[in-house]
Design a protein around this ligand. Structure first.
Ligand code: NAD
Length: 471
């Protein structure tokens, strides 16, 4: 007999099933640390339908967030946060202890900066573990490290909670879930990740964290599940590999400079080989940012601790430090050609771009820092412009001259250095800039301006690993 259930009843059942499925797979989450990773992850989890409480000890940051003010520059983040505050799925607190008590899934997303010895400084992570240790009562907690942490940190967290806080082992699980988002495209990366890596000491906890990401897995992201140590090492290996690739092309660029070869064409020539790929083959002034410098150092430190020679990573770190000095070396060479001495004393140098890359306000380990330090050391007068990072750089170099407009920054300058690949720099009017500067000398350390345009405007200049014939 053919079923006679009316269409609207079927539809109702279907809608109820979807709601039930949603309720079943949504979770209450606390994210601890609302920096570049914690804030994007918190807002991202809310976007996936979870109820998220973001906690941070920085009261000013939390006050701003409660008012809908985003403390960092990250495209699309303001809209994502505003939307999820409005739906009631995202909220903020500076009461970290209460946030730990409130929810049973705890994502740790605090900073793990480089210590003086080069290893990861885990004091912020362990502060959070301390809060968790004092807060676990009778309900089971899943502690997820989203911060980049050295191999064995997950095990160490377990051992601390059991030994120092006498928490029974069955009352908590530890999961490693490294984050791979990139500043500048963090929202897009979080909501469309290439892969989600989960390492755990407990399969049930792993299944729950997997459920959190189910909507992303349904869209096609790859899931990699493994043990804690493997997951922790994946993150360091990924960042070291990227740093290494970038450093490789930078070193090839330095050679290309000497033999009049063109690195952009070399990148095409090698990138078209599928085994190599095009990504991360843009030569420049070295990598910076909050991840590659500290993570390569930390990986090298871990390997050293285990008596494993990871010299390829050490070489990358050394080569990158050298690369950051290349733009000023090139500038001095150009000055030498122009006025014999090559002396930078009293010369006014305009830096276009301060952030470690475009689309972010993050200046941590930015090549621009090394460039400014070198220039100041040589007695130059530095003027600077950046789309988003002036406030952060001012805290580091309060005495250089900052401008809100690139054309103002370059006025009467003896030379320009392009230090960040902001998209807007590509459409600067160099014919007009040529009328503003004192001397038409430019170092395009990001290789982003068409050399013909610079040459056409009468500039005398150089880039990194390009066959520019205007110097
Ligand atoms: P961040 O410095 O921007 O933010 C860290 C936040 O943690 C700050 O707001 C700080 O106030 C807060 N915090 C510190 N101690 C706290 C505590 N005890 N309780 C609550 N909050 C506390 O750091 P980030 O760039 O977001 O990086 C966080 C982690 O993610 C690091 O381990 C980093 O290596 C990793 N990571 C970063 C990126 C990136 O692009 N920034 C990408 C992938 C992974």
């Amino acid at each position: 007999m053919i079923s006679t259930v009316p269409y609207h009843v079927c539809l109702m059942i279907q809608i109820m099933l979807i709601i039930f499925h949603g309720l079943l797979y949504t979770h209450n989450i606390t994210v601890i640390g609302t920096g570049y990773v914690g804030l994007v992850s918190g807002a991202g989890f809310a976007e996936l339908g979870h109820q998220v409480l973001c906690a941070d000890i920085d009261t000013q940051k939390i006050e701003q967030l409660k008012q809908g003010i985003i403390p960092i520059y990250e495209p699309g983040l303001d809209a994502l946060v505003a939307k999820n505050i409005a739906t009631g799925l995202l909220s903020f607190t500076n009461d970290v202890q209460n946030a730990v008590l409130k929810n049973d899934i705890l994502f740790i997303a605090v900073g793990t900066p480089m210590s003086d010895e080069g290893k990861a400084d885990l004091q912020y992570v362990y502060n959070v573990v301390d809060t968790i240790g004092k807060s676990i009562k009778n309900t089971h907690k899943i502690i997820v490290t989203k911060s980049t942490v050295p191999v064995n940190t997950g095990k160490e967290i377990r051992s601390m909670l059991e030994k120092e806080y006498s928490i029974p082992p069955h009352l908590f699980s530890v999961v490693s879930n490294p984050e791979f988002l990139r500043e500048g495209s963090a929202v897009e990366d979080f909501l469309n990740p290439d892969r989600i890596v989960l390492g755990a000491d407990n399969t049930q906890a792993l299944s729950i964290i997997k459920e959190i990401y189910q909507p992303l897995l349904d869209k096609g992201s790859i899931l990699i599940t493994t043990n804690l140590q493997t997951s922790e090492l994946i993150k360091y290996a990924a960042n070291a590999m990227l740093a290494l690739k970038l450093t490789f092309i930078n070193q090839i660029a330095n050679l290309a400079d000497k033999v009049s070869a063109d690195t952009k064409i070399i990148a095409q020539g090698i990138g078209s080989d599928k085994r190599i790929g095009y990504y991360f083959l843009n030569a420049g002034p070295g990598y910076g940012g909050s991840c590659f410098p500290k993570d390569t150092q930390a990986l090298w430190y871990i390997a050293h601790q285990h008596n494993v020679p990871l010299e390829i990573v050490k070489a990358t770190i050394i080569a990158n430090e050298y690369q950051k000095t290349v733009p000023v070396q090139k500038l001095k060479k150009l000055f030498k050609k122009k006025d014999v001495s090559g002396n930078l004393r009293g010369k006014k140098i305009a830096i276009l771009g301060l952030a470690f890359k475009g689309n972010t306000d993050d200046i941590r380990y930015s090549p621009a820092i090394t460039i400014i330090e070198q220039l100041l050391l040589e007695g130059a007068i530095v003027t600077a412009y950046d789309e988003a990072a002036i406030k952060n750089m001012k805290a580091l170099f309060p005495d250089i001259l900052y401008f809100d407009c690139p054309y103002e920054a370059v006025k009467n300058s003896d030379a320009i250095i392009i230090a960040t690949e902001w998209e807007s720099f590509k459409s600067l009017d160099f014919d007009y800039i040529a009328t503003l500067v004192k001397t038409k000398i430019i170092i395009d350390a990001r290789n982003i301006i068409d050399p013909q345009i610079l040459k056409g405007a009468g500039f005398f200049g150089d880039a990194i690993g390009q066959t520019y014939n205007y110097n």
